[in-house]
Design a protein around this ligand. Structure first.
Ligand SMILES: [Fe+2]
Ligand SMILES: [Fe+2]
Length: 262
């Protein structure tokens, strides 16, 4: 199975670029599945239902989110009813959304299970990610060997610990949340592909997607102001993972496409 996972779609630049290019990427990269993290799609925070619909209809198979999941409350109905979007599996059980979903992949022999998990370091308190993953993987076991986990966390070590815990149990553990791609894409000894952070889809002439001047001003003065989504140097960033019929990763490569000249 050949999967492209794209990191956090930031604001209109990131969201619109994915809607515009999803079909072409599916074809030219010969993808079986396209997954995106859309926690920053709606003006930098959250995801609106119409954006969800547009992403799916443009060729996205499944969507993960993160700490901004409920920023647009309109998305709650989608989270509880759709089989193509997940909440972090270590959020409380009362938090709206599904801990995992099974995505049909017509061009592959098995479906793809999608899971999101939140880290614990420098993040708001969440339930234990290890216990949550054990529970979720037990539920998925009888359904498919192909499992993609989005690890949404701030610290690289936090992501590495979770990924090593899953080595040999899932196809890939791919990081999001910091919006900056890391150069550590690899396959662990047990056959799990990993990258600490796949980077964002959005404006790279920015501070993690936001206007440089405004973020700098607030940081220097402590005066609050709205951090507009930036506009320059739009790139799509992610990782392409290829797996065998048993769901073991055989290849991972960083994906980066600059759209600045458009
Ligand atoms: Fe993000
Ligand atoms: Fe985040």
């Amino acid at each position: 199975m050949r999967i492209l996972f794209l990191g956090d779609l930031v604001g209109k630049p990131g969201y619109s670029a994915v809607v515009r290019h999803a079909g072409r990427l599916r074809k030219t990269l010969k993808l079986d599945a396209l997954i995106v993290n859309a926690e920053n799609a709606s003006d930098g925070s959250g995801l609106m239902p119409r954006q969800y619909q547009k992403l799916i209809s443009s060729g996205v198979d499944g969507i993960t989110l993160g700490d901004h999941i409920y920023r647009r409350k309109e998305i709650v109905d989608v989270l509880t009813s759709s089989d193509r979007i997940v909440k972090p599996a270590n959020y409380p059980s009362a938090a709206p959304g599904k801990n995992w979903v099974l995505l049909p992949i017509p061009t592959a022999s098995q479906p793809l299970a999608l899971v999101s998990i939140m880290g614990q370091v420098f993040m708001k308190p969440v339930d234990c990610p290890f216990d949550a993953l054990d529970r979720v993987l037990e539920e998925i076991e009888s359904h498919t060997d192909h499992i993609l986990v989005d690890v949404h966390a701030e610290a690289t070590s936090d992501k590495q610990i979770i990924a090593r815990y899953l080595d040999g149990r899932v196809t890939a553990v791919l990081g999001t949340h910091t919006h900056v791609p890391t150069a550590d894409a690899c396959i662990f000894p047990g056959g799990t592909a990993f990258q600490c952070d796949v980077g964002m889809c959005g404006p790279y002439e920015s501070i993690i997607g936001r206007d440089i001047a405004r973020v700098t001003h607030t940081t220097r003065t402590n005066e609050p102001c709205h951090f507009h989504v930036a506009t320059g140097d739009i790139r799509l960033c992610g990782a392409i993972v290829e797996s065998d019929d048993q769901g073991r990763a055989v290849d991972i490569e960083r994906f980066e496409e600059c759209l600045a000249s458009e």
